[in-house]
Design a protein around this ligand. Structure first.
Ligand SMILES: C[S@@+](CC[C@H](N)C(=O)[O-])C[C@H]1O[C@@H](n2cnc3c(N)ncnc32)[C@H](O)[C@@H]1O
Length: 273
């Protein structure tokens, strides 16, 4: 397992320079415009609810642009990620902003040893769980970092969408990847990241499929109470060649939009408090 995670870490380290570049994550806009929030946080803020004055942990925070947006909304933010280059970049962005933020290098599996809780909110989103071999352990660790009464929120790519052939440019919806979990990951080598024009040196990237039932049941098994499960029709990036940009988000063509969900979001809480 370690060999897959090590390859993924190298791959994510490699993506950071490109994501920090001007054609990457719009870092300068975030730093220089005191009203700017990432599109991801704008969408999730409506579903997660108020964060002002609360301790928020962002799992798999990457270069911290969403983490810092939550900070801008008044949360006391901590982000963790297993990529040392991503954490270094996140700290460098935070240094340019008047927002106190803590960024910690940690794998998900050992976050309970590396991150000091508890938190009022544990948040994770957009391209997180496909990198994880063990969702049961993921849910146990994140739920353990929540204070009683605290909220857990995830938004991620819908597993039904991840089973589809994403290279077709016609409107056919064709499954070519597993929907249900398989212990051996799929390798999707890439020359470039999804943003930025930098070329990757470490191209291997290993992903695991996790059906919706596994995601929900992992959270329930970790003792969380489910408050809401939603399915959505947009993505934050262009996954299929025939996707259409509307208001900064990517949608399937109108004729097939109702046939498959693109993302899910879950709001849950830890009992007590
Ligand atoms: C697509 S990003 C998600 C963050 C956010 N959506 C963004 O775009 O900023 C995925 C992140 O997960 C991190 N990651 C992947 N596997 C991990 C693991 N096992 N433990 C901790 N972080 C991990 C990667 O380093 C990467 O920063």
């Amino acid at each position: 397992m370690d060999e897959y995670l090590d390859a993924n870490r190298r791959n994510w380290d490699d993506r950071v320079d490109g994501h920090m570049a001007p054609d990457g994550y719009a870092v300068d806009e975030l730093v220089n415009n005191p009203d700017h929030l990432t599109d991801v946080v704008c969408f999730d803020a409506e579903r997660l609810g108020p964060v002002d004055g609360l301790r928020l942990l962002h799992a798999q925070c990457h270069i911290g642009t969403d983490t810092l947006s939550w900070g801008r909304l008044g949360a006391t933010v901590t982000g963790f990620d297993f990529s040392p280059k991503a954490i270094e970049a996140a700290r460098s962005i935070a240094d340019r902003m008047p927002i106190g933020a803590t960024f910690i290098e940690s794998d998900v599996a050992s976050a309970d040893q590396n991150v000091e809780g508890p938190f009022d909110i544990v948040y994770t989103s957009v391209g997180a769980i496909c990198w994880l071999p063990d969702l049961h352990g993921w849910a146990q660790v994140l739920a353990g970092l929540l204070a009683p009464g605290g909220r857990f929120y995830i938004r991620d790519t819908h597993p039904a969408l991840l089973a589809l052939d994403d290279e077709r440019s016609d409107d056919a919806i064709v499954t070519i990847y597993p929907y249900f979990h398989e212990p051996t990951p799929m390798n999707f080598p890439d020359e470039q990241s999804y943003l930025g024009s930098a070329t990757l040196t470490h191209r291997d990237a290993y992903e695991w499929s996790h059906p919706l039932s596994e995601i929900v049941n992992s959270l329930l098994d970790a003792g969380l109470v489910l408050d809401r499960l939603d399915e959505h029709q947009h993505l934050d990036w262009k996954m299929f060649p025939n996707m259409i940009a509307e208001g900064g988000r990517w949608y399937l063509p109108p004729e097939i939009r109702n046939r498959v969900p693109t993302q899910f979001s879950i709001l849950a809480h830890k009992p007590g408090g």
